[in-house]
Design a protein around this ligand. Structure first.
Ligand SMILES: Cc1cc2nc3c(=O)[nH]c(=O)nc-3n(C[C@H](O)[C@H](O)[C@H](O)COP(=O)(O)OP(=O)(O)OC[C@H]3O[C@@H](n4cnc5c(N)ncnc54)[C@H](O)[C@@H]3O)c2cc1C
Length: 458
């Protein structure tokens, strides 16, 4: 028998109910509450490196209210939890935040899916799923990001068999430029253009995600992995757990840390002598000299999936990060060559680098995903917040990785030329055609899209 469990959870609903729990899902009727917010001065993204230029910020409380805003004149752009480092979420006129559209709506136990409003953050949804005995397949390093915003830029965690976070999406509802709602389901052709949509097609208001029975995870960390072992055994090392991350600064002939996250409902791999690395003897921060108290529990201690897959604890809200981030994707078969190309740049990279992380992502079908039809390895860089200097390094990294068809993370800093992006995205023209269909007047276009996708000044 089909079982659909309704869960309603939003800041407003929770306050009224006193606690989260099972409730009948009734549409919120908050039309009387105004959605308009006058622009605050110097409204910045999470890292504080970018000040939004949008003249206005809207925070609708209902889907209907959001539709009315989109129907109105001018340009609009969806704003999630503001974690992108570049101007992708900005608008020349109006940003529409999904912050108040943050309910988990229903679990379908037959289909193994959960339907959520687009603005809910992974860190809000995960504990609710866990309470009901369910889990997602993967999470990013930080749980504070909105689900639609994360999927829009192809956000990912790690794991050679794990697709990025959008790979869990099975359906979505999108408010397009005329204010109408388009529903797309997996297997419909346009679905693969819309999930990783860079906010270019409209504003997603609901998403349905695949879920599975909850599972436990343990983290085992190793230090000082010889680069020579990485060169010989890269695939085995990245396959040594459900999700594996390498942390390095490319400075010497070792990788400083390997984080192996293993599912406890699957057979644990025998780590043996772990390719010459030493088992960590205490919890570690990815930057070894930093205190580890905000990191998720390590030392092989089992915990639920959502308390181990992110590197940082859910309860820990990081202050605005004084950092910049970049990330570059290459095909997995090129991983070792790409790693060594970065080692060759180590003297250039080092002065601005805080830490670099190497992760694996399985191939997917999303037109604008850097992992479209290719298993990838991603090289992430956390930089000091000094764009003048960082922007001198990025073209060198992009050039060094060019032989491997490198692509940048859409939500992080890059300097790659639009023509290069076009030449490496096989489905770019299909995507632009879809954007034109849903948004013929360019309501959702902004400087980022004009430059990188439309190759105009806007
Ligand atoms: C500390 C930190 C850690 C991070 N860790 C990771 C990581 O582990 N892996 C990884 O891949 N990335 C990571 N990122 C990058 C981050 O996941 C992406 O930047 C992501 O897009 C942020 O989501 P957001 O909701 O904050 O998006 P925003 O910055 O608010 O918006 C991003 C894009 O999504 C669009 N968008 C937002 N909501 C909607 C909607 N409802 N409908 C349509 N479009 C929408 C916006 O228009 C914009 O184009 C990290 C970022 C930070 C700051």
């Amino acid at each position: 028998m089909k079982r659909r469990i309704f869960i309603m959870k939003s800041s407003a609903a929770a306050a009224a109910a006193g606690a989260f729990g099972l409730m009948n899902c009734k549409p919120q009727s908050k039309k009387e509450e105004t959605a308009t917010k006058v622009l605050e001065e110097n409204r910045k993204n999470w890292a504080g490196n970018y000040t939004y230029k949008a003249e206005k910020l809207q925070e609708p409380n209902t889907v209907e209210e959001l539709q009315d805003l989109v129907k109105g004149p001018g340009k609009h752009k969806a704003l999630g939890s503001k974690h992108c480092f570049n101007n992708i979420a900005d608008s020349p006129m109006e940003q529409i935040s999904t912050k108040n559209l943050n309910r988990a709506i229903a679990i379908d136990q037959d289909a193994n899916t959960v339907t959520v409003e687009a603005g809910i953050r992974y860190g809000e949804l995960a504990p609710e799923l866990q309470k009901m005995g369910y889990a997602l397949h993967n999470l990013a390093s930080l749980p504070h990001i909105s689900i639609a915003g994360a999927c829009a830029t192809a956000t990912h965690g790690s794991g050679v068999t794990n697709g990025n976070l959008p790979s869990a999406v099975s359906a979505l509802e999108l408010v397009t430029a005329n204010g109408g709602i388009v529903r797309l389901e997996r297997e419909q052709p346009n679905f693969y253009g819309a999930v990783v949509g860079l906010g270019a097609l409209g504003i997603i208001v609901r998403m349905t995600l695949d879920i599975e029975k909850t599972y436990g995870v343990r983290q085992d960390l190793f230090q000082n992995l010889p680069v020579s072992a990485l060169q010989k055994h890269f695939d085995d090392i990245m396959s040594s757990g459900y999700s594996v991350s390498l942390f390095t600064d490319y400075q010497n002939d070792t990788v400083s840390q390997v984080w192996v996250k293993s599912r406890t409902d699957r057979e644990l791999k025998d780590f043996g002598s772990f390719y010459g690395a030493s088992p960590a003897t205490k919890n570690l921060h990815p930057i070894t000299v930093m205190p580890a108290e905000n990191c998720t529990e390590q030392m092989g201690v089992e915990g639920p999936w959502h308390e181990r897959l992110p590197h940082f604890k859910m309860g820990f809200t990081p202050s605005n990060g004084e950092e910049l981030q970049s990330e570059y994707f290459v095909g997995r078969e090129n991983a070792v060559d790409a790693y060594m190309a970065l080692v060759a740049l180590k003297d250039k990279i080092y002065p601005q680098l805080m830490i670099s992380e190497v992760r694996a992502i399985a191939a997917d079908e999303y037109w604008m995903s850097p992992c479209y039809k290719r298993d990838c390895i991603a090289f992430h860089f956390t930089w000091k917040q000094d764009w003048d200097e960082v922007q001198k390094i990025l073209p060198q990294i992009e050039e060094a990785l060019a032989p491997f068809g490198v692509l940048p993370h859409w939500g992080k800093m890059f300097t790659m030329q639009p023509d290069t992006l076009h030449s490496r995205y096989e489905r770019m023209e299909d995507f632009l055609q879809l954007a034109n269909e849903y948004d013929p007047q360019g309501k959702f276009r902004n400087t980022f899209l004009d430059k990188n996708l439309y190759r105009t000044k806007g």
